[in-house]
Design a protein around this ligand. Structure first.
Ligand code: URA
Length: 214
């Protein structure tokens, strides 16, 4: 019969072998989202890869039920490697808090992972190259509800050219996941009169979230 001491020794031997084999990361145990980040962090699928300071992968709870998806990193995000850390990010924090979530509870990502020069709109080819990364990220996180921030995020996720006004009107499905489209926080900073309708969108998001089976 194996004694507890022998069991411990066998386990120690296994760990030693794994380290010798260079497999000390224990792929089966590693958080899948971290492993995915490692696999794309040096991405050069489009020319933005050469221009970036940091690839902005996304951040928050890897098991989040709510996911916010913006357009692309801006200057602050590119410098820090984190999504929504500039002025628009501060407003997004307030929006998240207003519907009784915390930033740590949700997950925030973008359509593009690298900053377009001078914050211009993403090119269709950049979206085509980068979107598979986001698709995989959504598959791994498995949110219950997605909030698309702005026209580019809404149109890209829903594969449509409908206007933001039309997209805001209803609750969509991204595969089987509920999806709501609202104004981008940067647009709200430029057009404060849109804050009231954006608040209606956020109340709808909260209602839809409260209605889903968690
Ligand atoms: N705007 C975005 O769409 N994403 C960010 O991360 C920051 C600003």
């Amino acid at each position: 019969m194996t004694t507890p001491l022998e069991l411990v020794q066998t386990a120690q031997e296994f760990v030693r072998q794994q380290i010798d084999l260079g497999e000390h990361e224990f792929p089966c145990r590693r958080a899948p989202l971290d492993a995915f980040y490692d696999s794309i962090k040096d991405c050069q699928r489009c020319p933005l890869g050469k221009l970036r300071t940091h690839l902005v992968f996304g951040g928050g709870n890897p098991h989040a039920d709510v996911m916010f998806i913006g357009e692309a990193p801006g200057r602050d995000e590119d410098l820090q490697g984190k999504p929504f850390v500039g002025r628009a990010g501060q407003l997004l924090d307030k929006i998240i808090q207003a519907i009784h979530f915390t930033r740590e509870q949700v997950y925030i990502a973008n359509i593009l992972k690298c900053r377009p020069p001078n914050n211009r709109d993403p090119e269709p080819e950049e979206i085509a190259q980068c979107e598979p990364h986001l698709v995989r990220q959504i598959e791994l996180i498995q949110p219950k509800i997605i909030c698309a921030l702005g026209r580019i995020a809404g149109q890209t996720l829903l594969k449509t050219s409908e206007s933001l006004g039309r997209l805001r009107e209803k609750v969509h499905r991204y595969h089987s996941v509920k999806l709501i489209v609202t104004y981008h926080p940067a647009a709200l900073l430029r057009n404060p009169q849109w804050k009231r309708p954006a608040w209606e969108d956020m109340k709808r998001l909260r209602r839809e979230y409260d209605g889903v089976e968690l």
